[in-house]
Design a protein around this ligand. Structure first.
Ligand code: UDP
Ligand code: MG
Length: 318
């Protein structure tokens, strides 16, 4: 019988673990699907990992790991993929905002040959206006840069073992899971779902963290900002050519004026362009620096008893 792994990254979700574990395992038993739940506590500071251990002790289908600190949801997802042993893996939030009722349908699609099942949001659920606006802007920019419609896509998806192995084999540290499954290709089907309301706790994203996430992902998936630097350079060269001709003509006709205003404005404008461009380039160099250091995406500090393997910094399969 094929095994379905469900990967659930969790950061300070002590109120959600027990409930989510119960809801999902009941559903899997009811649907007669052989399953495992992989909870990754992303360096939670509350009792999340204790809750995972408790759940794992009660139900052998549940496994989990704790990070040494908060490494972010991306790292949580990848650690989950690494630990998952299933023939198909579903990644979902552990706050049940991704409705579990959709899982059996995803599973059916996989059995019928789909290698990737993308969860598409039909609505974003109830969110604060600020969150909605910032998330909206975030997806607009992302979609433009990546050339994929990111607005409705989410981290809720099913991946075939083949695809999981491809993603795990990628050498890069800065990953963007949501877009990587598009990038990988494979036989992809979509399923629409309605984002549910969060029952316990609150969203872990602040405006600031969302912005950092947007910039990091945009630059990891697109070099367009670098090309914009070139475009800006060309525009200022054309502009300065016109001004140079004008200045020279005026000089030769002995009608040159003091013209300090122009000089100051030009210095400011060009200075601004240069600083901005250096910033963009610097950002990419920083990314290259991070990749070159080759540090692991995450460090696992503990795993539940039923996880087999070795915990030395990043957990390795044996
Ligand atoms: N999460 C995580 N690490 C983080 C932030 C969030 O593992 O640093 C998890 C979180 O526990 C949840 C999922 O990512 O399972 C989605 O987070 P959240 O519900 O806060 O985001 P939202 O649903 O508001 O977009
Ligand atoms: Mg949520």
């Amino acid at each position: 019988m094929a095994l379905l792994s469900i990967v659930l990254p969790a950061y300070n979700e002590e109120q959600n673990i027990a409930n989510t574990a119960k809801v999902l395992s009941e559903l899997m038993v009811e649907q007669n699907i052989d399953y495992e739940l992989v909870f990754i506590s992303d360096g939670s500071k509350d009792k999340t990992y204790e809750e995972i251990k408790k759940a794992a002790a009660q139900n052998p289908h549940i496994r989990g790991a704790q990070f040494s600190r908060n490494f972010g949801k991306e790292a949580g997802i990848f650690a989950g993929l690494e630990l998952a042993t299933g023939d198909a893996v579903i990644v979902m939030d552990c706050d049940l905002q991704h409705p579990p009722q959709v899982i059996p349908q995803m599973w059916e699609m996989w059995k019928n040959g789909a290698e990737v099942v993308e969860g598409i949001k039909s609505s974003r659920g109830k969110e604060s206006l600020g969150h909605k606006l910032s998330a909206g802007l975030f997806y607009k920019i992302m979609s433009k840069l990546i050339k994929m419609d990111m607005n409705a896509s989410s981290d809720f998806k099913l991946l075939d073992r083949k695809v999981v192995d491809v993603l795990l084999g990628l050498p890069e540290r800065n990953t963007f899971f949501r877009a990587l499954s598009f990038w990988a290709g494979f036989r992809t089907e979509t399923i629409t779902y309605e984002v549910q309301e969060r029952q316990f706790g609150e969203s872990k994203w602040s405006l600031w963290s969302l912005m950092k996430y947007a910039i990091a992902n945009a630059t990891s998936f697109s070099t367009l900002p670098l090309q914009l630097v070139t475009v800006m350079g060309i525009i200022s060269i054309l502009f300065s050519l016109v001004l140079a001709v004008q200045t020279l003509v005026k000089f030769l006709m002995h009608t040159a004026q003091e013209g300090f205003t122009t000089v100051i404005l030009l210095v400011l404008l060009i200075g601004g362009f240069i600083m901005l461009s250096l910033g963009v380039i610097g950002h990419y160099i920083a990314r290259i620096y991070e990749e070159v250091k080759g540090r692991p995406k995450y460090i696992i500090s503990d795993v539940t008893d039923n996880v087999q393997g070795e915990v030395v910094g990043a957990w390795k399969k044996r």
